[in-house]
Write a protein that binds this ligand. Structure first.
Ligand code: PLP
Length: 211
């Protein structure tokens, strides 16, 4: 594992590495933690919350999975570092409401559905303007940037053009963060201007969902 983390660190430079640890045990996470990684990403609230409650408090937790409004409270009352998967005004308002209750400001990214895949989550490019404006008007959330998942394809040109479009949108709204790139496409993402990559399989190996 040390070899992979060292390799990623030198390859990534100033790009933030988020180690995606969904389905992985606390022991596995601690191995990566002990190599100096502090940003971890999770998809499921229950799993995330139990890890937040047991693992070191200096971990910066990124919520990267689809988030239901009724689960927001659990994340906001704990120290969630960044919610990357905000895709509706309803969700943004709920996060804001809980943030006010807890007297804090919660950092968010808006997840963009960059490929026209009907199965994908995220805000459509058409609705983005509205969501960004609304999010910027909420007192206790801070919109820092955008996140996307590349289209599911082996066609690198398609993936690259999606990433290019994301970079354009990020620049248009003068946002700071752009979270794109996973194990199979992070190099392309960085070439196209990503500054956060979310890497699971390359670090931890394949996931087993029916443990
Ligand atoms: C699981 C997941 C990742 C990590 O994917 P790998 O291919 O294992 O690197 C990144 N982003 C999101 C949103 C994910 O759900």
């Amino acid at each position: 594992m040390k070899g992979i983390i060292d390799e990623l660190k030198s390859e990534l430079g100033s790009v933030t590495l988020v180690a995606v640890s969904k389905t992985k045990s606390n022991e596995d996470i601690m191995k990566v933690y002990d190599l100096g990684v502090r940003d971890f990403g999770e998809n499921y609230v229950q799993e995330l919350v139990s890890k937040m409650d047991t693992l070191p408090q200096d971990i910066k937790w990124h919520m990267i999975g689809h988030l239901q409004t009724n689960k927001v409270k659990e994340l906001v009352k704990r120290n969630i570092y960044l919610i990357e998967s905000v895709d509706s005004i309803k969700l943004a308002k709920e996060i804001n409401k809980e943030a006010i209750k807890n007297n804090k400001v919660v950092n968010i990214l808006i997840e963009v559905k960059i490929s026209n895949d009907i199965n994908k989550t995220g805000c459509s490019v058409e609705d983005l303007d509205y969501l960004i404006n609304e999010a910027n008007n909420l007192s206790n959330i801070k919109l820092l940037g955008l996140m996307c998942i590349a289209p599911l394809t082996d066609d690198e040109d398609k993936i690259r053009s999606s990433f290019k479009e994301m970079k354009k949108i990020k620049d248009k709204y003068k946002l700071e963060l752009l979270s794109m790139g996973m194990s199979s496409d992070y190099r392309v993402a960085i070439e196209e201007g990503s500054n956060i990559v979310r890497i699971g399989t390359k670090i931890f190996g394949e996931r087993n969902y029916n443990r």
